[in-house]
Design a binder for this molecule. Structure first.
Ligand SMILES: Nc1ncnc2c1ncn2[C@@H]1O[C@H](COP(=O)(O)OP(=O)(O)OP(=O)(O)O)[C@@H](O)[C@H]1O
Length: 259
């Protein structure tokens, strides 16, 4: 087992009276793909936000390489080499897909990057040198994102998800948080994205993959973390997770089938 690059220790978070996450602990090693699954409201996105720094825990810690990770998303990106995608893609529609990928990679700070982009006039901002622009093209092509010189506003939701993944991969992250990257993708998009995620993990990146599609996650992950009602109810090999009583209870016990 590789050293844990990312670990969550007893994370707890409430929103007002709603307990979103309670005492959640798990780890992701270098080069490991860990799938985080669970039905609607299980707490998956809250976990990703706590790791990414969009939310702060009420208690518990996120550690990167054994060091507590704190502060803003941009600080975490710089300190821990953390890159993420969002459940609802965050892009600047007035720029091309390629420029979105490059600016995201350069800035490593989505919020200030988007503030900059929001006021940018297309053509005035032409970020990155030739090498970076070409690398963006290669990453996008591997993902199956082919229309990267079109405006982001003209892309489909599936393409925007791939754009976000490309932007994350261009940062050569040590930790990649991928929130629902497969949602809305056709079969060829799923294949390209799966291959790219495996490639980035093979390079040593710790990948936390959150998705509703349990079958895809199980086919890719080294381990699966199953959440329900804000707590981790199973952490282990995908085959064991799929066969577990916890999985049956979470997805079938209540009559809810969420995949
Ligand atoms: N900003 C918020 N304010 C209030 N409640 C929230 C907020 N974000 C999440 N919650 C609540 O916290 C709980 C966990 O939500 P979360 O989005 O983390 O779950 P999830 O597993 O990601 O669900 P989904 O798969 O539907 O995205 C839910 O009950 C949700 O309604």
């Amino acid at each position: 087992m590789n050293a844990d690059i990312l670990s969550c220790h007893e994370l707890t978070k409430s929103y007002g009276g709603v307990k979103a996450v309670t005492g959640a602990s798990f780890a992701v090693g270098a080069g490991e793909i860990v799938g985080l699954v669970g039905p609607n409201g299980a707490g998956k996105s809250t976990i990703v936000d706590l790791i990414g720094g969009e939310q702060q825990p009420d208690s518990g810690q996120v550690l990167a390489g054994g060091v507590p990770l704190a502060g803003s998303p941009s600080r975490r990106a710089r300190r821990a080499g953390l890159a993420r995608t969002y459940q609802y893609p965050q892009v600047a529609g007035a720029l091309t897909a390629r420029d979105n990928i490059i600016v995201g990679g350069l800035a490593r700070d989505l919020s200030s990057g988007l503030a900059l982009l929001g006021t940018a006039v297309r053509g005035v901002v032409a970020p990155g040198g030739r090498a970076l622009r070409e690398e963006a093209g290669h990453i996008a092509a591997r993902l199956g994102l082919h229309r990267i010189d079109r405006l982001a506003a003209d892309l489909t939701l599936g393409e925007l998800r791939l754009l976000e993944v490309a932007r994350a991969l261009l940062q050569h992250p040590r930790i990649a948080l991928l929130d629902e990257p497969f949602a809305g993708l056709a079969a060829d998009g799923i294949a390209g994205l799966s291959e790219s995620i495996r490639t980035v993990a093979a390079g040593g990146t710790a990948v936390l993959l959150v998705d509703h599609n349990v079958d895809i996650v199980a086919s890719m992950a080294d381990r699966m973390v199953l959440m329900a009602g804000g707590t981790v109810v199973f952490d282990g090999a995908p085959r064991d997770c799929l066969a577990s009583a916890e999985m049956q209870a979470v997805y079938f016990g209540t009559g809810q089938v969420d995949r």
